[in-house]
Design a protein around this ligand. Structure first.
Ligand code: ATP
Length: 443
């Protein structure tokens, strides 16, 4: 049973014109090939919620690979496909991707008196999905373009702001849905339905999350950690007693919540300050999550998530070194810029962001900020090739000289090429033939 409603007006109002055209092109091609095409899932959900989402998922009743191939050929774009799953990806020139899945018509022979009926395989496809709000489909074929197809009450649940699974075995089939339910609930400001809450509690009690592979568990936690504000879903995971899946010792208390608030502040500071520099936000929050644990518990949790040996070593190193700096190095004395640069240079931006959020007082925060804004961009004007031209025999001494020059520059002791040369003349006269002039390689 499907309630039908046309949402062409919403499509026109919400989507850029070229996306509407692409959807229409999909419908027209499907018709030409004797197939039916639908936009499904998160794209339709977000359209009805008036949230921007241009990640289109298509289901065609028919051969999705043939559909995608033909579309790619006719529009001169790229296409990749998985024969095994009957799925394809269209890759548009602006790198937008559209996933295409196949749902084949299935014919059901009813008792003799009845004709053979075509049972919509779209419904079967949608029945496999996680929540009712993700089961809406949008017809694209000409003549029915924009018709909303709602087999499972998705519209009602969108209106009631409710996350609901489709059937009682849903979480047994796929326990990652526990985390997906929490993520969608918090992202949209919805509530998980009463029955679904009971199913989640039950699934957690039965240890279904323990059975999940580390990679899948990590992936879902990553998705939560890259939400705009990860604290509410992370807190909700605590309410559902999910954290013991990583470690019995994760203590989700006010102190940890405060840290997450500060992490988010520093993450947005980083985004606003360094617009196009990538930051793996999930790694920042993961560092936060494990930061109250003993080393052995961190090790266990990382093992559970199947972190690579490299990642595990890195996280242990980061905790050790960040603590060393925050409780040893920074409080000990006032440091010159060069010392701060040397101390912070080994860290990745994610670790520095974590350090900034962990810092109790202003000194380390200011130091990290200066590092990001200034120190890391400082370089010497003289390079190895200049030393060579100046007749210094190549060897490890180059590193020593250039490091020293860089320190001098960071500390404002030299500020241009001439001063760098003068500095070398004074400090390394022996390398340039006693007291003689250091030749300027450019002159
Ligand atoms: P997001 O905005 O986070 O990308 P989305 O709903 O688009 O949300 P995807 O993870 O891209 O989520 O999945 C696309 C669609 O595939 C979903 O709308 C959902 O219907 C379905 N889906 C994804 N993961 C599952 C799952 N574990 N079980 C069932 N259906 C799933």
């Amino acid at each position: 049973w499907s309630k039908r409603k046309n949402v062409v007006a919403v499509i026109m109002e919400q989507l850029p014109r070229e996306i509407v055209q692409t959807l229409k092109d999909f419908g027209k091609l499907a018709k030409d090939l004797g197939m039916k095409a639908y936009a499904v899932g998160g794209f339709v959900r977000d359209l009805l919620l008036r949230r921007s989402n241009l990640d289109i998922d298509i289901v065609v009743e028919g051969d999705g690979i043939e559909f995608a191939r033909t579309y790619a050929r006719e529009h001169g774009i790229r296409c990749r496909f998985h024969k095994k799953f009957n799925t394809a990806v269209l890759i548009f020139p602006d790198d937008r991707r559209v996933d295409v899945a196949s749902a084949r018509f299935e014919y059901y022979q009813y008792p003799a008196a009845l004709p053979i009926v075509e049972f919509s395989s779209l419904k079967m496809d949608l029945y496999r999905r996680d929540f009712t709000i993700n089961t809406l489909a949008l017809a694209l074929n000409p003549g029915e373009f924009g018709q909303l197809i709602d087999f499972f009450g998705g519209q009602r649940d969108l209106k009631d702001k409710t996350i609901r699974v489709l059937h009682n075995l849903s979480l047994v089939e796929d326990p990652t849905r526990i985390l997906r339910a929490i993520r969608f609930e918090q992202r949209f400001g919805f509530r998980i339905g009463k029955q679904t809450v009971a199913l989640i509690r039950n699934a957690v009690r039965m240890g279904l999350l323990q059975k999940l592979g580390g990679r899948r568990l990590l992936h879902e936690i990553q998705l939560i950690m890259v939400e705009d504000d990860p604290l509410p879903p992370l807190r909700r995971m605590n309410e559902f007693a999910v954290w013991p899946v990583l470690s019995a010792n994760i203590l989700f208390d006010q102190k940890l919540e405060d840290l997450f608030v500060r992490l988010r502040e520093v993450v947005s500071w980083h985004r606003l300050s360094f617009l196009d520099e990538p930051l793996e936000r999930w790694w920042v929050y993961m560092l936060g999550l494990f930061s109250g644990l003993a080393a052995a518990d961190v090790e266990d949790a990382c093992g559970r998530l199947q972190f690579t040996a490299g990642q595990r070593e890195r996280i242990a190193w980061a905790y050790r070194t960040v603590s060393g700096l925050l409780w040893g190095f920074f409080p000990a004395a006032e440091h010159k810029p060069s010392a701060i640069f040397r101390a912070l240079q080994p860290f990745k931006p994610e670790e520095l962001v974590f350090m900034m959020a962990k810092a109790q007082d202003e000194t380390p925060r200011r130091a990290v900020s200066h590092y990001f804004h200034r120190y890391r961009h400082v370089s010497t004007e003289l390079k190895g090739r200049d030393l060579k031209e100046m007749g210094v025999p190549p060897g490890p001494i180059y590193r020593v000289i250039l490091d020293e020059l860089l320190d001098a520059r960071l500390n404002g002791e030299v500020k241009d090429r001439q001063e760098e040369l003068a500095y070398l003349r004074e400090r390394h006269a022996e390398l340039f033939g006693g007291e003689g002039e250091v030749p300027d390689p450019a002159s």
